[in-house]
Design a protein around this ligand. Structure first.
Ligand SMILES: C[S@@+](CC[C@H](N)C(=O)[O-])C[C@H]1O[C@@H](n2cnc3c(N)ncnc32)[C@H](O)[C@@H]1O
Length: 273
């Protein structure tokens, strides 16, 4: 895999990402699990978790669908090894393999349900990736994509700092510097319609001060801070220290019992014709 297809390789492999995936799963899965239960997948379904990271969700899928075979693929071997070690009790039905979402080593129509979470915003050519996910999903199968959008983060002003100013500038600047689409959350619907997918639905997981334990929500922002302030300092108008100050303001806001913050996370799903 060439570097330019994986512009966030360093951040994805960082220990902060392991923490982040744990916190994101704890925040989002309770709202996402009922969405998975809508799909009419057969008991012995094959499920792909494309860009599976440490297997947080691959493992939850294996538990939710107790007769399905789940395959998680990623290009970071340490994440795959962590998944194998942590979920060894599920190993008869849950496997992990080094494969790229740009070029999956699986035949056409191999999976009944293809899942791709928190990946499309981090890679270029999101449409190409979705096309590859569709290729490996059988006719009548389902595609389930959690696609981030960095203008769907809402924080109150904190002192001098308004996090809206930060995200408004960082999202297009970071995206343009890395060749990625940080608005893919809203753009995924158009990608899906362009590929002729059917029964397209857009749902939201809402990570906010009311639904999510404040410490879980704060852990996500802390992990983003630890993983991203250096590159935000290099690639956007904000210095590393300015980026840190904005993250601190957002984290304080999440921990403040009188304040409200929300991250809206689009989940776009469809059936494959
Ligand atoms: C933010 S993590 C999300 C992990 C997991 N889907 C989850 O929801 O917990 C994004 C993952 O996509 C992986 N990734 C990035 N480019 C990839 C590619 N071309 N093929 C497979 N995985 C990729 C990264 O290595 C990282 O583990």
């Amino acid at each position: 895999m060439t570097g330019d297809l994986n512009p966030q390789a360093a951040q994805m492999a960082d220990e902060s990402m392991v923490r982040n995936l744990d916190a994101q799963a704890r925040a989002i899965w309770p709202q996402e699990e009922p969405l998975f239960q809508r799909y009419a997948v057969r008991p012995d379904a094959r499920i792909l978790d494309a860009g599976c990271g440490t297997g947080e969700i691959s493992s939850r899928l294996a538990v939710l669908f107790p007769h399905a075979r789940v395959m998680g693929v990623d290009i970071i071997d340490s994440h795959l090894e962590r998944g194998r070690a942590r979920y060894s009790s599920l190993a008869s039905r849950l496997t992990f393999a080094h494969q790229s979402v740009f070029d999956l080593q699986e035949p056409d129509g191999a999976f009944d349900l293809t899942v791709c979470r928190h990946v499309l915003h981090a890679v270029p050519h999101a449409e190409r990736v979705v096309r590859e996910l569709v290729r490996v999903t059988r006719s009548g199968g389902y595609l389930h994509v959690l696609a981030e959008d960095y203008r769907m983060l809402h924080f109150q002003r904190r002192g001098e700092l308004d996090p809206s100013d930060f995200w408004h500038a960082v999202a297009p600047q970071f995206g343009s510097a890395t060749g990625t689409d940080l608005f893919v959350g809203r753009n995924a619907f158009t990608i899906f319609t362009g590929l002729g997918l059917e029964a397209i639905a857009v749902d939201y997981a809402i990570v906010d001060s009311v639904r999510t334990p404040r410490e879980t929500f704060a852990a996500i922002l802390e992990a983003w801070r630890d993983g991203y302030v250096e590159s935000i300092g290099e690639l956007t108008e904000f210095s590393r220290d300015e980026a840190s100050a904005y993250f601190e303001a957002m984290i304080e806001s999440i921990r403040d019992p009188g304040a409200y913050a929300a991250w809206m996370v689009p989940i776009v799903s469809a059936s494959v014709p």
